[in-house]
Structure formats: structure tokens, C-alpha cells
Design a protein around this ligand. Structure first.
Ligand SMILES: Cc1cc2nc3c(=O)[nH]c(=O)nc-3n(C[C@H](O)[C@H](O)[C@H](O)COP(=O)(O)O)c2cc1C
Length: 383
């Protein structure tokens, strides 16, 4: 187990996770698509911004709390949906959810998760639910009903993956679907005994390969197998009209995830959708998609104040949270940062990642002279 007090930042947690995880799993978490231009600029793009602090302000008490769509949040960030967390740590979704709940930080359950939504929800809230639509749309509607009943109160519909992304490393690493046992992946697992015993081993002992958990039991296949007819995600035929009709199945607020263009945000606003997540999926969907932080100002200028605007991609430091707020986001999502903590040390590692981000956010706010989230204003950042 990683010595958490020696993990001084999220990068330390990432290095520990990398050592523990088989390469196939690490690459799945860490990498992007095709030539990874989008991934590199999603991370490196933050270098474009500089903070311009205000001096001589009373920052003896910094309030990091904020409100998103009427929901109070102790910090201006939440945990992004990451399907496959269960591959990083045994029952990884539950550990992510518990660590977030213990801090009052919202956790977004992925519809691609390998654990039943009800089980994850047992961690407590606040809980949000992310939806990919299954080919058989009634399955999606049933998943929404389950998520709602389990206590999720905000829906993300992810729209940046009309077709499956091109992740060549999964094939090269032997981690494709359907999964085929080969020299490469067996060697990969055997040379990472901590993962082999504590993650894979525990699944083997407790019931086998993780399954697509948000489907009815008759359709919920192993994640290593091609899904049965109707039970695969299918969004190449998803259009605005159908999105609007999802309202019939979700009475609460809905956010569109994967927006990079102001005109799409305006269209969502016109449909009465409550918010957008400006995102390029952490550089994991389209190469070379624009980094979300670069897309944010135009989207915020178009719809900010009239709908919620969130952003994600490449956030591993609190100063990035503050920068995103200054550029017009109401809140930020973190995807890989908590996964690094999970891969390094399970739930305790997730907690460490979230605490590091929280303390860095508060410290940066103090340093720029902002005693509250409302005081994080556009003039604090320059390009
Ligand atoms: C391993 C992994 C799995 C992901 N799974 C999902 C998912 O199931 N649904 C979704 O909308 N986004 C998914 N994402 C994207 C995240 O929600 C988020 O947009 C992205 O990770 C943000 O970038 P960051 O990881 O640099 O913070 C996933 C990201 C990662 C790293």
C-alpha cells in the first residue's frame, strides 16, 4: 500500500497507481485516442493561463462552498463518471463513491459502471448519474428509473461519443473486447502481483469477471464479452429530438456532457436543458478535439448565467479549479485524479486525491485574494 502521507500531490498518486496497475489497465485510464494530440493539449493547455492575484484582501477565512442548480456543494468540483473504475480496484466504484460522500463531494455514477447503481448509492450522496444510451432504448429508460430510485438527482447525458473511440493501445495491450487471453496480457497481469491478487483475485473469489451492471440481469454480460443484441451502447442515431424526449423519463435537472461549441450549448438551452459540461472526454473521444478549458470562455459567454456550465479535462491541481471558475465555469469535474488515488491505495487514495485538490483550491483562492467562490472573477486570469 502506498504511504499516503508521502503522496504530496496528485502526480505522486498517479506514479504509485502506475506501478501497481497492469499496463493494459493503466493505459486504459491514462491514455487518449489516436495520436493523442487532444490528450496532450488537454493537459498542456492549462499552461496558457496565468493568475493575476489581488493583494491585501482578507482571506483569513476562505469559503470554498458553492451552489449548482440549487444544490449546495462544499467545493467547486465533483467526481466525473468513469466506467471501468472496478478494473482499477476491487469494487472501485464503491470506494470512489464513499470517499466522495465522506467529503460531501458529488459523485457521478457511470452507466458503464460494473457495479449496480443501488450498491454504489449505498455510499450516500450527493449522487449524479451519467447516461449513455443503449441500442434498445427501453434499457436506457429503465436505467434512469433505477438511478432515480437509488437517489441520483442530476442526470448527465454524454454526447461526445456518437461512435466508439479509436483506442489502438487497448488492442495492442490485449485488452480489447471481446477479451482474448494471450501471452501479452497474461504476462502483464503476472508482473503486477498486487493488482492480480487484490483486484482480479478478489473478483475471481467473489463471483468472477465484472459485468455491465446497469442492465437487467438477463442482458448484463461480462465486460470482456461483446454485448448481446440491443444491450450495447448506441448513440450514432441520437439526435436533439430524442434528447428532449428523455425528459419524460427524468423529472430532475439534466446536463449535456461533451459540449465544446457555443451553438450546441445554445441549442441545449433552447430545449430547456439545465446545463452543459464543457468536455472533450479527457482527450479520450475525438483526436484532435479542442481542450475543454479553451472551449469554456465562448460557451460561458453564450449561455453562462442562463444555464449551469461545468468543465473538465486534465485537472490535477487546485489552481486549475480556480482558473476554470475564473474562465466562467460554475464547477469542475475530475476524472483521472481520483482514479489515480484509487489505483494507488483504494478508497484511502481517493480520499487523499480529493483532499489534496480541496486544500490546493482553498490555498489558491487565498493567494489570488478570493475569500469565496463568488470572488473568483474573470480578471484573475490572463492568457
Ligand atoms: C477511465 C475513464 C473512464 C471514463 N468513463 C466515462 C464514462 O463512463 N462516461 C462519461 O461520460 N465519461 C467517462 N470518462 C470521461 C470523464 O467523465 C471525464 O470527462 C474526463 O475523465 C475528464 O478528464 P480528466 O480525467 O483529465 O479529469 C472516463 C474517463 C476515464 C479516464
Amino acid at each position: 500500500m502506498a504511504k499516503l502521507d508521502r503522496m504530496l500531490n496528485v502526480a505522486d498518486l498517479a506514479a504509485a497507481a502506475r506501478r501497481r496497475l497492469p499496463r493494459g489497465i493503466w493505459d486504459y485510464v491514462e491514455r487518449g485516442v489516436e495520436d493523442e494530440v487532444s490528450l496532450a493539449s488537454t493537459r498542456g493547455g492549462w499552461q496558457r493561463y496565468r493568475l493575476l492575484p489581488r493583494i491585501l484582501r482578507d482571506v483569513s477565512k476562505v469559503a470554498t462552498g458553492t451552489t449548482l442548480l440549487g444544490r449546495a456543494m462544499p467545493l467547486p468540483f465533483a467526481v466525473a463518471p468513469t466506467g471501468g473504475a472496478g478494473l482499477v480496484w476491487h469494487e472501485g466504484d464503491l470506494h470512489l463513491a464513499r470517499a466522495a460522500a465522506a467529503r460531501g463531494i458529488p459523485f457521478t455514477i457511470s452507466s458503464a459502471s460494473t457495479m449496480d447503481v443501488e450498491r454504489i448509492a449505498s455510499a450516500g450522496g450527493p449522487l449524479w448519474f451519467q447516461l449513455y444510451l443503449w441500442e434498445d432504448r427501453t434499457l436506457s429508460h429503465q436505467a434512469l428509473a433505477r438511478a432515480r430510485a437509488a437517489g441520483c438527482d442530476l442526470l448527465f447525458v454524454t454526447c461526445d461519443m456518437p461512435v466508439p473511440p479509436n483506442r489502438e493501445y487497448n488492442t495492442r495491450n490485449g485488452f480489447g473486447v471481446p477479451f482474448r487471453i494471450g501471452v501479452r496480457n497474461v504476462a502483464d497481469v503476472l508482473t503486477h502481483p498486487r493488482w492480480a491478487v487484490n483486484t482480479l483475485g478478489r473478483y475471481v473469489v467473489t463471483g468472477g469477471v465484472p459485468r455491465q451492471a446497469n442492465l437487467p440481469p438477463s442482458l448484463s454480460g461480462k465486460v470482456t464479452r461483446v454485448a448481446p443484441i440491443g444491450a450495447a451502447f448506441r448513440q450514432d442515431n441520437l439526435e436533439w429530438e430524442e434528447l428532449a424526449r428523455l425528459r419524460d423519463h427524468w423529472p430532475g435537472p439534466m446536463l449535456l456532457k461533451g459540449v465544446l461549441r457555443p451553438d450546441d450549448a445554445e441549442r441545449a438551452l433552447a430545449l430547456g436543458i439545465e446545463g452543459v459540461v464543457v468536455s472533450n472526454h479527457g482527450g479520450r473521444a475525438l483526436d484532435p478535439a479542442l481542450p475543454a478549458i479553451e472551449a469554456l470562455p465562448a460557451v460561458a459567454a453564450a449561455v453562462g448565467g442562463r444555464m449551469a456550465v461545468l468543465v473538465d479535462g486534465g485537472v490535477v491541481r487546485g489552481h486549475q479549479v480556480v482558473t476554470a471558475l475564473a474562465l466562467g465555469a460554475e464547477a469542475v469535474l475530475v476524472g483521472r485524479a481520483p482514479l489515480y488515488g484509487l489505483g494507488a491505495a483504494g478508497g484511502a487514495g481517493v480520499g487523499r486525491a480529493l483532499d489534496l485538490l480541496a486544500s490546493e483550491t482553498a490555498r489558491t483562492m487565498a493567494q489570488v485574494g478570493a475569500a469565496s467562490v463568488a470572488e473568483v472573477t474573470a480578471d484573475l486570469v490572463i492568457t
